[in-house]
Design a protein around this ligand. Structure first.
Ligand SMILES: Nc1ncnc2c1ncn2[C@@H]1O[C@H](COP(=O)(O)OP(=O)(O)OP(=O)(O)O)[C@@H](O)[C@H]1O
Length: 231
């Protein structure tokens, strides 16, 4: 569904991604893992079109998208939940969710019921300002906003960073439901091993701007963890 071929990316004169290859299968849940600073967020931003790539290609459903802006990628069905959530603090929960509506293929004026079914707290708080929500509620709002576009693939960058355990559990339940029951393709950057093992079907390990190991999550063994994840 997604094929990233030999992608390189630079911040000014500093190269961060080095001829990176990554394949994502339709319907899979893939965890991108690696130590701090290996380029996980940079990779997701390049995939979403928030950072230009220097060379290489990114294909989504067989179409080259590396030159397309982020909003065009959202219209094509790529949903993105950025690290740090980036909800709009001075807009209400409902207004935050509405920002995703123009990108939906199936046009509607109302927030789809499904979003509120997945995250009942967003319904209860729909008139509250985004900035008044707790960190966990803001994360649920960021995921809900990405789902409003009715994506074909959902990309999440460390959705559990700084979130209390009961919300982490709820977010995991939602990801599992979306992936296993609805068949939504999920790409997740995740540092928490337990969470990655719970929701992930596949893993990709990164080192210095490259994917260095790819396999089924069941095969993520102690050697790989020691080599690429332990600090
Ligand atoms: N805007 C920027 N300008 C220059 N360098 C940057 C910028 N953003 C990130 N970097 C550098 O790029 C490298 C990769 O960063 P990135 O955030 O992609 O890593 P990461 O694997 O997601 O790390 P973390 O797990 O800490 O979020 C780091 O060395 C970082 O300092």
């Amino acid at each position: 569904m997604i094929a990233i071929n030999k992608v390189s990316q630079h911040y000014g004169g500093t190269q961060i991604l080095w001829d990176l290859d990554l394949d994502i299968k339709q319907g899979s849940c893939t965890c991108i893992m690696g130590r701090n600073g290996v380029g996980k967020t940079t990779l997701l931003k390049a995939l979403m079109g928030l950072l230009p790539v220097t060379s290489g290609s990114i294909e989504f459903e067989g179409q080259a998208i590396q030159g397309r802006p982020a909003d065009a990628r959202a219209h094509m069905g790529i949903g993105y939940v950025p690290q740090g959530r980036h909800i709009f603090p001075l807009m209400t929960v409902e207004e935050n969710l509405r920002t995703g509506l123009p990108c939906r293929k199936e046009k509607t004026k109302d927030i789809p019921d499904k979003i509120y079914e997945l995250f009942p707290v967003l319904k209860d708080m729909k008139s509250r300002l985004g900035g008044d929500l707790s960190g966990g509620q803001q994360q649920q709002l960021a995921i809900g906003r990405a789902l409003v576009i009715d994506p074909k693939v959902l990309i999440l960058d460390e959705p559990n960073e700084g979130i209390q355990p009961n919300i982490v559990k709820q977010i995991g339940d939602v990801i599992l439901k979306l992936n296993q029951e609805d068949g939504l393709t999920v790409i997740l950057v995740e540092q928490k091993l337990g969470f990655a093992r719970r929701v992930g079907e596949e893993f990709r390990l990164m080192e210095k701007g490259r994917v260095v190991a790819s396999d089924k999550m069941a095969n993520l063994n102690d050697d790989l963890i020691k080599q690429h994840l332990a600090v």
